[in-house]
Design a protein around this ligand. Sequence first.
Ligand SMILES: Nc1ncnc2c1ncn2[C@@H]1O[C@H](COP(=O)(O)OP(=O)(O)O)[C@@H](O)[C@H]1O
Ligand SMILES: [Mg+2]
Length: 341
Amino acid sequence: MMRIVVLTGGATAERAVAFASASQIVAALRSRGHSVSVVDTVSGPLDDAAERAQLGGVVGTAPPADGPDLEARERRLLSERLAELDAVRRADVVFLAVHGGVGENGTLQALLDVIGVPYTGSGPLASALAMDKDLAKRLFRATGVPVPAWFMAPVAPEDVTTALGWPVIVKPSKQGSSVGLTLVKKAQDLDAAVTLAARYDDEVMAEQFIPGRELTVGVLGDVPLPVGEIVPKHELFDYETKYTPGMSDETFPARIETLLARQLQEYALMAHRALKLGGYSRVDFRVSPEGDIFCLEANSLPGMTRTSLFPQAAQAAGIAFPELCERIARLARNNEAGARE
Ligand SMILES: Nc1ncnc2c1ncn2[C@@H]1O[C@H](COP(=O)(O)OP(=O)(O)O)[C@@H](O)[C@H]1O
Ligand SMILES: [Mg+2]
């Protein structure tokens, strides 16, 4: 039996998704006999009633703790209270059920390192690298994982024409959930797309568009899970298709040739190791009509609702959701033992 704090909420647009993940993680871990309490990074520890109110809701309805100043409140909670919370001090593991923002970019991980409590997933460096698509792709390329060509903004339309070709994908370097991302088909539309992406990050990239299939590979421990294929109802796997049920078809294991699947799994593991990710991650790929593989990014805190991609991949490997949550929690303990060496 482990004493586990599920740390959730966050002050990002993905707050509702985080609560959805947390609610299922909490139930799963309790079903395996663990002692679980829930802490919201904005409002603090949730008692039974608050837990029911926050975690029982449907994604999309605003949880009661929501309001203005989410970020300021989260900063105060994390800097002034987190280390002092009884539940955190007594925890064997902090299970991170947050997405984006300080929860995913390594800041929260560094704070938990200072507090000295083990947590799930990756450490501060790997988390920050995975969040930065520019640095991540340089490391992927250096290890031999193929990536689409790209420029960082400002980028001249002539350079796109000669080095990337149209269309291009313009996206913020350090964002998620396809926010601020545009498919740009002609030179005249480049500036507007860069301006949009710049609302979310001071670094923006223009990346070669890879037509074809969308595939994703989870890594658990040091083992790649079965490949999954995503067929979004839109041209891209955008915010709406990611979070609206029924807006994408997801197949685990993907119906692809064994050789291609093996190659994707090998690249996923290489990408996971290139960023020194820990515990678990999910690596996103495109495969062109010619069969060429391109790695887009690695996610250090993949979505963890029962129907999220990573749990679907685990299920395809015969790992049911409660067992998956428990394994992720146990990997956190090992990480910490490793870090102490
Ligand atoms: N270079 C690209 N070629 C084709 N599609 C892309 C490309 N970059 C992003 N996309 C589409 O946009 C989605 C989100 O992009 P991604 O780089 O994974 O960022 P994030 O998921 O962090 O927002 C991808 O799943 C894919 O559908
Ligand atoms: Mg992605």
